[in-house]
Design a binder for this molecule. Structure first.
Ligand code: PLP
Length: 384
């Protein structure tokens, strides 16, 4: 889970450096005042290098990252964008904000997009697919990318939970045409609020950079107030303060993911032999961020009893089974656009609903107390 556990002197030093060099908090301009301090620009460059892509654009949140990525596609009314039924509301909200038609598909044993169901839902109006790496486990990107290619549909990865993970040695977020990240306070690396988009294609990057900045093309030949523009946009610019924190957090990312993976393994070893516990499916070649340890039990009543036992023992679950309403499209009756696409949401994703109701998700932290695996086992043993 959290970069917030390791926030400290390094982040503070980066912030202090801004003030020591003139206190410019805006990413553009003020060159004479800032004494070479360009935190957002440096953060973008470091992030792109880490991910092994040519371009990265910092924005104000993971939700903004999705919205800006979709703006690159110039979606027209009636165009459809497909995502998975198990994701955070933000993924669907970004599609709706883009004036596209939101469509969701079923998940499989990975709890991510089921490639076969994705293919069934593609129509001539489908323009893009947003695959999500929920709770840090890679989606079946090989199969999903093949489906997208076959139907000439753009693949975007919502890697809000995937930062620092990989599949087949390739960073999550870099498999699609664009990948989006969240740096909100619960993510593997955090800037408080914040996000990033990564690109392979320079023209996609330029379009996104302009759109997230009111259409500013940042033409070096003219001052900013005379800047050229080709279309309107919005303001999703990251501040220098966030960029500074991001620089320090990025340097800690491998350590955070590494420790989460170690703690995940210790937790799983403590409970894997309990009767009725089935692990989440993980695609071969995955390096998970290990944000959460998810397993299936026999039925939803057992999943609830697991949660109650964990809470009674002073521990908690994460999203599953208790907070699924923010993360399962089958409950989003407040989204009229989704209801228009699917009709009765309660029956729209039966396989996902059945599986999610049986899942238990445990938070994995960086600084885990040594007795957690054994306490976890004792709590779950009382139910299973
Ligand atoms: C899958 C997914 N996408 C997008 C977001 C949105 O990120 P943010 O909170 O930075 O807007 C989240 C946030 O938790 C998420 O879980």
């Amino acid at each position: 889970m959290p970069g917030f556990e390791v926030i400290g002197a390094e982040e503070q030093a980066e912030i202090n450096d801004i003030f020591a060099r003139g206190g410019v908090l805006f990413r553009h301009g003020f060159d004479a005042m800032r004494n070479g301090s360009y935190k957002v620009r440096d953060f973008e460059a470091a992030f792109a290098t880490y991910m092994g892509v040519p371009h990265a654009l910092a924005v104000t949140s993971g939700t903004a990252a999705l919205r800006v990525a979709l703006a690159v596609l110039d979606l027209q009314p009636g165009d459809e964008v497909i995502t998975q039924s198990f994701t955070f509301v933000a993924t669907a909200e970004a599609i709706i904000e883009s004036r596209a038609v939101p469509v969701c598909c079923e998940i499989d044993g990975t709890l991510n997009m089921d490639p076969a169901d994705l293919e069934r839902r593609i129509t001539p109006r489908t323009r893009a697919v947003i695959a999500v790496h929920m709770l840090g486990t890679p989606a079946r990107l090989r199969e999903i990318a093949t489906v997208c290619k076959r139907h000439d549909v753009v693949l975007i990865e919502d890697a809000a939970w995937g930062c620092g993970g990989s599949l087949d040695g390739r960073a999550l977020g870099t498999w699609g045409r664009m990948g989006t990240f969240s740096f909100d306070f619960a993510k593997t690396m955090t800037t408080g609020e914040g996000g990033m988009i990564v690109f392979h294609d320079r023209s996609d990057y330029e379009r996104a950079a302009a759109w997230h900045d009111h259409g500013h093309e940042n033409n070096p030949k003219v001052p900013r107030w005379e800047d050229t523009r080709s279309g309107s946009g919005f303001n999703y610019r990251m501040t220098e303060l966030q960029g500074a924190v991001g620089l320090a957090q990025l340097r800690k990312l491998d350590e955070v993911v590494g420790r989460q993976r170690t703690n995940f393994a210790a937790m799983w070893n403590a409970i894997s032999d309990l009767r009725g516990v089935t692990p989440r499916e993980v695609p071969a070649g995955s390096v998970e961020t290990a944000d959460a340890l998810v397993f299936e039990v026999a039925d939803s009543a057992t999943a609830r009893r697991c949660r109650d036992a964990l809470v009674a023992a002073g521990m908690s679950t994460k999203i599953l089974p208790e907070a699924v309403t923010w993360h399962f499209a089958g409950t989003w009756t407040h989204m009229s656009e989704l209801v228009a696409s699917h009709g009765n949401l309660a029956t729209a994703f039966p396989r996902s609903a059945e599986r999610l109701a049986r899942c238990v998700s445990l938070p994995v932290v960086v600084k885990m107390a040594p007795d957690v695996p054994q306490r976890l086992r004792a709590a779950l043993q009382s139910v299973l």
